[in-house]
Each structure stands twice: as structure tokens, then as C-alpha cells.
Unconditional design. Structure first.
Length: 140
């Protein structure tokens, strides 16, 4: 997976172990691509078994939706298992995050014809994280 390759290349001093919150995605990746991915708790169990002392849990989510809440909830159960466990934030948290993404989008599509548009889609969440989409729209 390209994002994992990028993370491995950028942070060579860290071991990257992938864990997902969605069994549906895990099953699809296993069936279609033969990729074995842990559930969150399985990844943390493996990290514990491998005797790591410090853990950084970095979500790949855009918003702090229900799936992000699952990450926080599962990770918090392991606080006593490690000397240090940190949980990173999703992409859209602070105002500057929205500005950064808008700048990337604008630079990527600066040569787009006037009669063409861009559609950004997200599946949303049933919690406060959905406000992130409105904030992004306001920044654009």
C-alpha cells in the first residue's frame, strides 16, 4: 500500500505495523489483494508481544469520526501495557489543516478549465466529526 511505503520511507527509524478498525476493509484487502491486516487490538497485542515500549498510533482518517473514536477507545485500553502510547490526530483538526488541504487542491487543479469542477466526497460519520466537511467547504 502506497501510504505505508511513504510512511516507511519518511520514518525509517520506526517500525510500522498496520491496524484497521473496519473488518469489512480488512476482509476486502485479504480477499482481493491477499494482504493480511490486523484489527486495532490485534496490532497492539502484537506490538506488546514483540516487547515494544513506546507506541505511536497514527490514524489515516480525515475526520475525527466514529472510527477515530474507536482508535482512541482501543488504544486507551493499552495505556498500562507500554511506557508510552501516543495517539495522533486525523487530517482535519485545526484551521491550518483546512488551509493546507485547500492550497494543495488549488495548486493541483490550477489549470482546470472554467467549465469543469472538482467533487470531493467523504462518507461522513454520525458524530461531531461531520462538521469537518462544512469547515472544509467554508475554506474553499
Amino acid at each position: 500500500m502506497k501510504i505505508i511505503e511513504n510512511i516507511n520511507n519518511k520514518f525509517k527509524e520506526y517500525d510500522v505495523i498496520l491496524g484497521f478498525t473496519s473488518e469489512i476493509i480488512i476482509n476486502r484487502l485479504k480477499e482481493k489483494k491477499g494482504i493480511k491486516i490486523y484489527l486495532m487490538h490485534e496490532a497492539l497485542d502484537q506490538i506488546k508481544k514483540d516487547k515494544y515500549k513506546e507506541v505511536i498510533v497514527q490514524p489515516l482518517h480525515l475526520i475525527a469520526g466514529l472510527e477515530y473514536e474507536k482508535i482512541v477507545q482501543v488504544s486507551s485500553k493499552y495505556e498500562e501495557e507500554f511506557d508510552k502510547i501516543e495517539i495522533g490526530k486525523p487530517v482535519f483538526i485545526e484551521a491550518k489543516d483546512y488551509d493546507n488541504i485547500v492550497n494543495i487542491i488549488v495548486s493541483k487543479f490550477k489549470d482546470l478549465d472554467d467549465n469543469k469542477g472538482i467533487v470531493l466526497m467523504g462518507h461522513g460519520s454520525k458524530n461531531f466529526g461531520n462538521i469537518s466537511y462544512k469547515k472544509l467547504q467554508n475554506h474553499i
